[in-house]
Design a protein around this ligand. Sequence first.
Ligand code: PLP
Length: 419
Amino acid sequence: MHYFEYKKDELYCEDVPIREIVKKTKTPVYIYSYKTLERHFKVFDKAFEKIPHLICYSCKANSNIAIMSIFRNLGGGADIVSGGELYRALKANIPADRIVYSGVGKTEEELKTAIKANILMINIESEGELDALIQLSSRLKKEVRVSIRVNPQIDPKTHPYITTGLKKNKFGIIWDEALKLYRKMKNYKYIIPVGISSHIGSQILELSPFLEAVKSLKNMLYQLKTMGFEIKYLDIGGGLGITYKDEKAPHPEEYGDAIIKEIKDTGVTLILEPGRVIVGNSGILVTRVLYIKNVPGKTFVIVDGAMNDLIRPSLYGAYHEILPVTKHNTKKKRVDIVGPICESGDFFAKDRPFFEVERGEFIAVYGAGAYGFSMSSNYNSRPRAPEVLVKDDEFYVIRKRETKRDLIKGESIPDFLRL
Ligand code: PLP
């Protein structure tokens, strides 16, 4: 469900014609709908209203501080995976006691900043990380609340690149090892074990892997309780999938009901780390047709957006719905929609029946709100696209287009190379 709709033949975001936005920002441009973001967050939040819970929005999906501020205002926190994301979360004024920190490779510097910021919980992913926390917390003489991210060894049946809870994955710690680490924590007064966490993967379209994971977390929780640990938080990560094409994703309400049934008697606060399900369908990438190129047996629609702007099709072969911003033609033709980057993998769609479009037209790539801008890069020295937030009949540029100067920011030519 989203607020990108055609009025007559013109695509609008809420009450603003897309054309009006691109007139100001040019293309490519990311456009997000406030009403959609708000609605998705509220629906997800409501699904868990019957139990104590905290929604730590997984800001890797879209880390613009304006977007993070929306969820802060709705009572949400942040799931972070780097010092940079911690910086963003604090800049978005997310209270530290609503921030959880996962990630297999947190540096000492990052851990130190998180301890000092007194965030809700650091999700430990290896014994080495626990040792680093033991050292840092005693050096700083500061308590740190922790959980262990366990690897429940469950197949979430999603793309291998976004599967994280299998034995062969680098994430989390298997339960026997985790138990040893919990025991070890008892010897260190600044290490306060308060939770258990897991995250099994992303774009998961079935409830069963989540339930399997929650059931095993629940067993672990009871085991820890009998060992005298006061575990307050069960963090089940994110991963709920969305519809990009015709996938049938479980409704958050269904997901909520199933999970609540499992954990309602445990007395813990549930932490959720949704990313994609909140922001995925709340954003589009608008790009302009530069050229139509016909080669024997094939037509390429060459647009000004590229894999550096939205890498999902190139990286995972991901499908994104694509529609013209102005509908004027019902005739379709099989085309590849490609960007200007010097890689054959630079495409948004392959061999897809698409409305006949002309040079200069705008097209909208749907489902670009999650892992879109946040995965973008400057590859081929392309300045990153601007981001726009629409609310009702107003729009706000929440990130300016990068300039050429931005491209070389921080670079320098050593004296021996100067002319
Ligand atoms: N939590 C953790 C630890 C993650 O690694 C991720 C994504 O990779 C998420 C939450 C968010 O996942 P999703 O966007 O699928 O909800």
